[in-house]
Design a protein around this ligand. Structure first.
Ligand SMILES: [Zn+2]
Length: 67
């Protein structure tokens, strides 16, 4: 469970890593996306940078943990 240490907000902006299935041409160039979220390869964790959606406070995820 996480909470912004500055304002107490519990909404954050983070970057997740997902895989996508693409349709490509004979050169491998992107044509369209067949499935835009096949698999989440990496969920935001304590090593990632989390940004508070309210006050903009930015730090690694562990800074936001509630102890
Ligand atoms: Zn905040």
């Amino acid at each position: 469970m996480k909470k912004c240490p500055k304002c107490g907000c519990q909404s954050f902006n983070v970057t997740a890593h997902v895989t996508q299935d693409w349709v490509v041409d004979e050169y491998g160039n992107f044509l369209r996306c067949e499935d835009d979220c096949v698999e989440v390869t990496h969920r935001p964790d304590d090593e990632d940078v989390w940004n508070c959606a309210n006050c903009g406070y930015s730090a690694s995820g562990k800074e936001f943990n509630i102890h």
